[in-house]
Design a protein around this ligand. Structure first.
Ligand code: SF4
Length: 688
């Protein structure tokens, strides 16, 4: 038995025998119907804190699917004395519990905030459609899971924006909380509405609804927010605008109401300029001041009662990625790259497994096998934690996946492994700067089949800039070779699946100027793949082109889009990332009534010097660098990886944020150039 698993069951039994029964092996789903005394046993404090709502919540839970999404009280959740806390923060994820609980960023903030002696952080997720209907019928406001306090009673509601298709849920959650949706209609009696995550780096589509955006790494930023609020409350508070002014002075906070936007006659942006002296012309994202490494990882994460999307222990082993894939927003906005030392990963893994009872550990990173010491790390984990531990490396780079890593990762439940070649031909992979050769991809697949994996999943994008039908044919050729390889190793048991997503031009990437292919161009590509992969016996899944249009509109929209988001929500838009919730016709109507065209945002190639809705947000990587990469795409040129153990610095602009690793790489580059041409080298200019 994995260390900690037994301990977890014993602890759970002490708290509530019902859970031990329901969490028995193979029983992942928790059904609370028939357990009306549950709240009394496990959460006696809740009745003291909010008697009316607690009773009403218990009454509606038997009428909804997966009631454990709304009970709170999970293992390792933190319930603090509400009355004695100075600052109360609701951490909100605008999607269902099962998705939101898998978000590592929120788990990190929950841990950091609850370590503060005078701060309480509680969680709230978007209630699913059935729960929302019950809550609205009963007149119940949206509540936190830990103490079931209505959201309106918190000082801050902090939304995590990791997917643009959740924006309508942000509005819906504010409405369910009984708060005015528009920021201009809220005052000091309402909680401060803050939003962070990757979506905050194009804040404009949500500018009408959010008071403050948090840009960049949240670990230190969230403590700055707490400090401002502590001080604010100690001084007796005051007008909301004054609080916003204090925040606007801190690097990493962006107050949208302190900026004015002017437009050209053709609908493009003329200018975005600050209207308050406290607001910087270019609000800059925050990076961690941690010297060279990541801050300590949480070791007591909440263990859910029901199966969630990533139901396993997780350690972030690396943040950021320097491969420079030109479509990838995460690779650009999470620079500089930081690594966790293997010794720290080992120590954290021991604690995590003991504190949660999980028998699966995920080493989280944008590209796990790029960690400079990945092999000794996974070998040491395997040696110490034994064969019963399932190790998962969620983002594998095929060209660095070796036989040795395959051996170390091998363990129980070894069935399926995923690679992401992204494009079917070498030409297109060069154009998108995915520096993976066909031979490397096939070698990785061979290693995986030879080491016992029977199922290979491969991710590709379609509709990429410069893509032709020949490139799409390349996906089939690669799939054919992988299928043949699988048959050689495992006969009829070998499974191959190809999944495609539609290319989405994302802010702050070299492809931010690119147009998205319209549905009429994407559908023939899907059709071609569907027919031919079926003949090869390869499973295939793809995305709805219209849903992708909505994603581009929400990702790349400007401040005017707020009207359309508001209207779409009024027309019933919510859960747009789900087939149960998504309805393109609502958005079409909302965009039309707002005088906006989806084609303007999604299908138009933007001018290289056009002011983009996010041009005023400084994420480190400069527009000049991105432009250079976009032009290299047209010329079929690639750019090397700048990781310390790989190539030289590409002077992307992140050095201007003062990141130690980047400054060291810049110094190396200068030395290198000096060695080549001693007389003529001056330091690389920081550019925009
Ligand atoms: S500044 Fe240089 S080392 Fe740092 S991320 Fe950019 S290219 Fe890489």
């Amino acid at each position: 038995m994995v260390p900690g698993l037994r301990q977890r069951r014993i602890r759970l039994r002490r708290r509530s025998p019902a859970f031990v029964f329901l969490k028995a092996p193979g029983t992942r789903r928790l059904w609370l119907q028939g357990f009306p005394a549950f709240g009394n046993i496990l959460l006696p404090k809740l009745y003291l804190l909010g008697a009316r709502s607690a009773v009403e919540i218990e009454a509606i839970l038997p009428r909804v699917s997966k009631p454990a999404r709304y009970t709170g009280g999970e293992w390792n959740s933190v319930v603090k004395d509400w009355e004695t806390q100075t600052v109360r923060i609701a951490l909100a994820y605008p999607d269902v519990y099962d998705i939101g609980m898998s978000n590592l960023g929120l788990a990190i903030l929950y841990d950091i905030l609850n370590r503060q002696p005078d701060v309480v952080a509680e969680r709230v997720y978007a209630p699913w459609l059935d729960m929302e209907a019950q809550m609205r019928a009963a007149g119940l406001p949206l509540f936190s899971l830990e103490t079931r306090h209505p959201l309106a009673q918190f000082d801050v509601i902090g939304f995590s924006l990791s997917c643009e298709l959740t924006y309508s849920n942000v509005l819906n959650m504010l409405d369910l909380a009984g708060l005015p949706i528009l920021a201009c209609e809220r005052d000091e009696r309402s909680p401060l509405i803050v939003a962070g995550g990757s979506g905050a780096l194009n804040p404009e589509p949500l500018a009408d609804f959010i008071d403050v955006f948090a840009l960049g790494d949240g670990e230190e930023l969230v403590l700055d927010l707490v400090q401002v609020l502590r001080e604010w409350k100690r001084q007796g508070g005051g007008p909301r605008r004054e609080l916003l002014r204090r925040l606007a002075r801190i690097e990493g906070f962006y107050v949208p109401s302190f900026y004015e936007v002017a437009y050209n006659d053709d609908g493009t942006i003329k200018e975005i300029r600050p209207s308050e002296p406290e607001a910087p012309a270019r609000p800059r994202k925050r990076i961690l001041s941690a010297k060279g490494g990541l801050p300590p990882a949480p070791t007591r994460p909440i263990v859910p009662f029901l199966q969630i999307v990533h139901d396993r222990a997780a350690i972030e082993i690396q943040r950021g990625c320097t491969q420079g894939c030109r479509f990838c927003q995460a690779g650009m906005i999470y620079r500089p790259r930081l690594e966790r030392a293997p010794e720290e990963v080992m120590e954290t893994a021991r604690e995590l497994l003991a504190n949660t009872g999980y028998d699966e550990l995920s080493l989280v990173s944008l590209s796990t096998t790029d960690h400079s010491r990945i092999l000794p790390m996974v070998q040491a984990l395997r040696r110490e934690l034994g064969d019963r531990l399932k190790l998962s490396l969620p983002s594998l780079r095929a060209d660095s996946f070796s036989v040795e890593i395959a051996d170390a990762v091998s363990g129980p439940g070894k069935h399926s492994i995923t690679f992401a070649p992204e494009a079917g031909s070498q030409r297109l992979r060069n154009a998108i700067n995915k520096l993976l050769m066909d031979e490397d991809a096939l070698r990785a697949v061979e290693a995986a089949f030879a080491h016992g994996w029977t199922s290979i999943k491969m991710y590709f994008m379609v509709g990429l800039p410069t893509e032709t039908l020949e490139d799409v044919q390349g996906i089939m050729e690669l799939a054919r070779q992988v299928k043949e390889m699988g048959r050689r190793h495992h006969g009829g048991r070998a499974r191959v699946r190809v999944s495609t997503s539609n290319f989405i031009p994302k802010p702050h990437t070299p492809f931010q100027w690119a147009r998205q292919m319209a549905a009429e161009e994407l559908r023939p590509r899907h059709e071609l793949l569907r027919n031919q992969l079926k003949r090869l016996g390869v499973a295939f899944s793809w995305e709805d082109p219209e849903q992708s249009v909505l994603e581009v509109v929400l990702s790349c929209g400007d401040r005017r889009l707020g009207r359309a988001i508001h209207r779409a929500w009024q027309l019933g838009a919510k859960f747009d990332a789900w087939s149960d919730g998504y309805d393109w016709s609502r958005w079409q109507q909302a965009l039309e009534e707002s005088g906006l065209s989806p084609a303007f945002y999604a299908h138009r190639e933007k001018g290289l010097f056009e002011v983009l809705p996010w041009s005023h947000i400084d994420v480190g990587v400069t527009a000049a660098y991105l432009r250079g990469e976009w032009l290299k795409t047209q010329r079929g040129k690639t750019t090397g990886d700048c990781a310390p153990h790989k190539g030289p610095c590409n002077v992307c602009g992140v050095q201007n944020l003062g990141a130690e690793a980047c400054l060291a790489k810049i110094a190396e580059l200068i030395e290198m150039k000096r060695a080549r041409a001693p007389a003529a080298v001056s330091p690389p200019a920081s550019h925009d």
